[in-house]
Write a protein that binds this ligand. Sequence first.
Ligand SMILES: [Zn+2]
Length: 197
Amino acid sequence: MNEWNIQTRASTCAACQVDFTNGQPYHTVLFDERHGLRRSDICEPCWQKQSASPSLRQSGFVSHWQGVFEVPPPTPEPIQKENAESLLRKLIHQNNPRHAPAAFILAVMLERKRLLKVKETIKQDGRRIFVYEHPSQGDVFTIPDPDLKLDQLEQVQKDVAQLLEHGIAESEANPAPPAEATGPDSPASPAETTATL
Ligand SMILES: [Zn+2]
């Protein structure tokens, strides 16, 4: 099973296919399916119908919450230097188990900064899985609990600082980053990063 994933908010109702409009309340429903969690975003009338139906509880229903749809900005933001959020998104896409502890620590950092919210904690095959939501974009991140021991924390914090400073590709493909990578506009110092933990 692919344990890590990001599922973005839909722009149309999964049930009636009508486009969401800005400021419209919608419902996110999580289902536990064989390959992992699946999210479904539906409009208020469709939620009223589904929640009244007994088949909802038999279809792997895990969780439900309500959100307000926001039309995404028309142009993507210019590429910025690596921050905790962009790094977490990359780690989840890469899905390398080696970075599972770093992804978890980044999610905790973002939660403390209120850039992610825990919506649900799920037990799956004896492991805890945290379901985080990005409050403004509505993206859902599922991140397994790496069960970190206290004596592992320092190393994970170092890994996170290293990844924030050099990025994933660089720290893996090129153990020694080129000299031009460090300059006056290099990212936050490791001391700053670990201080937020
Ligand atoms: Zn609908």
